[in-house]
Design a protein around this ligand. Structure first.
Ligand SMILES: Nc1ncnc2c1ncn2[C@@H]1O[C@H](COP(=O)(O)OP(=O)(O)OP(=O)(O)O)[C@@H](O)[C@H]1O
Ligand code: SF4
Ligand SMILES: [Mg+2]
Length: 414
């Protein structure tokens, strides 16, 4: 049995309306039926564009968000059904590292106070002296000097603060760490160091990770398995190498096509798959295949009416598409352009939407967002790989240098 198993997890946020009587007028289907499992000691990388539900899913595992439906089985216990008091005991074993290290550290507490707070709450260490010794050992493990104990978060560089965030999770001796965009707020030069640190800690402490990122390059090397999320659901999941060697879902193909290749000759020949439109609103997701409004291979049959299940196509490579085999065999036609025409069409639709909304009454479409499919997390998938580009190269280069030094981070060292 896997250490962590998610079974058809749904997180639907109610959309309320009304000044005095809160009426539920709709739902944001942030996570809508995700099943995945993570083996002990492994890393599961979860990627997808902004607003597709990654953070909500990570928070749901820790029950920081209410789970609307489904199961989260950790080490044989379904956390989704656990009463609050019993959940407390499991909280220590499942920790989270956040994207914004400064925002997640109380500026008025020194590092010792920040790190010992959770330890005391969970009864780790018989007194403060014992906790201090343990904190010093963990600080050394994450590459921070022991005199960091009496300092405050603002005295550290971004990379060092993320090390403090990691140390805060480690002092509680967790089994699983959910890393939500652990390096996206950091300088490129520091990103590889933090990723290397996570890998080293995993090896020495036997940790299990769920690493969330919008940047394919971040999860590539650290992950055993990668899941690609689109609008609340997984569209593809495969062992990391298999996914990169041969992405099978049209959405993953589009994401991958935008990742620059270091070889200039290959880079020149690289064909970008540009998608039509923006990510639709999770308050009003398209029926059938969630991707059908943008899929270059969308077919008249099934795509708009039947939601494709995530099925194993062999070797643990799972795909949620009705036409995976046919697209690969070339027996179904590409129906939407994937070149610059896609961008022009998207801009034309956006301009039309602006014109229409300017002519509408101001309150039209408000509340659920149901009339504005393009307005909620309006980010093009092209932005995902754009962030994965030059940074990816830098990270790969940085990765080969195992030395996670303080100097490169430019913060206080002694
Ligand atoms: N508490 C909430 N109430 C209502 N809607 C929410 C809430 N939290 C998140 N959402 C919505 O759920 C959707 C998924 O959000 P989420 O933060 O999980 O996405 P994400 O994939 O982590 O995005 P990003 O890459 O930008 O961090 C978004 O449309 C977001 O606006
Ligand atoms: S099911 Fe249809 S719309 Fe969805 S990814 Fe496959 S071809 Fe595209
Ligand atoms: Mg997020």
């Amino acid at each position: 049995m896997s250490l962590l198993e998610l079974d058809d997890v749904k997180v639907h946020f109610p959309v309320k309306k009304g000044l005095f009587f809160d009426r539920t007028v709709g739902h944001v289907y942030a996570v809508d039926g995700v099943s995945l499992s993570i083996e002990a000691g492994q890393t599961y990388g979860l990627v997808g564009e902004s607003g597709c539900g990654k953070t909500t899913l990570g928070r749901a595992v820790l029950r920081l968000n209410d789970i609307t439906d489904g199961g989260v089985v950790f080490d044989g216990t379904d956390l989704a059904k656990l009463p609050g008091e019993e959940m407390r005991a499991f909280r220590r074993r499942l920790q989270m590292v956040f994207q914004d290290p400064l925002g997640s550290l109380n500026p008025r507490q020194n590092i010792e106070s920040i790190l010992s707070e959770g330890m005391a709450a969970h009864g780790i260490g018989k007194d403060q002296a014992e906790r201090r010794e343990k904190i010093k050992a963990i600080l050394a493990k994450v590459g921070l000097p022991s005199n960091a104990l009496s300092r405050y978060p603002h005295e550290f560089s971004g990379g060092q603060r993320q090390r403090i965030g990691i140390a805060r999770a480690l002092v509680l001796e967790p089994d699983v760490i959910i890393c939500d965009e652990p390096v996206s707020a950091l300088d490129v030069s520091v990103q590889a160091q933090v990723i290397n640190l996570l890998e080293e800690l995993q090896e020495s402490l036997g940790l299990t990770y769920l690493v969330i990122a919008h940047d394919l390059a971040v999860v590539r090397h650290i992950s055993d398995v990668i899941g690609v999320m689109y609008l609340g659901g997984l569209v593809e999941e495969a062992p990391s190498d298999a996914l990169y060697a041969k992405p099978r879902h049209p959405y993953t193909k589009a994401l991958m096509s935008a990742v620059p290749v270091p070889d200039p000759e290959v880079e020149d020949r690289r064909e970008r798959i540009l998608l039509h439109g923006d990510l639709p609103s999770p308050a009003n997701p398209p029926a059938g295949c969630r991707f059908h409004t943008r899929c270059p291979w969308v077919q008249e049959t099934k795509c708009a009416t039947e939601r494709p299940p995530l099925l194993d196509t062999g070797g643990g490579h799972k795909v949620a598409c009705h036409f995976t085999a046919e697209i690969e065999a070339g027996t179904v036609e590409q129906t939407l352009a994937t070149g610059i025409e896609a961008v022009i069409a998207t801009e034309a639709v956006a301009a039309e939407a602006v014109e229409t909304s300017e002519g509408e009454a101001p309150e039209a479409g408000s509340g659920t967002g149901a009339k504005e499919p393009a307005t909620v997390p309006a980010q093009e998938p092209a932005t995902v790989p754009a962030q994965a580009g030059p940074e990816a190269d830098a990270k790969e280069t940085g990765k080969k240098a195992p030395d996670a030094t303080e100097k490169a981070e430019g913060g206080p060292t002694a």
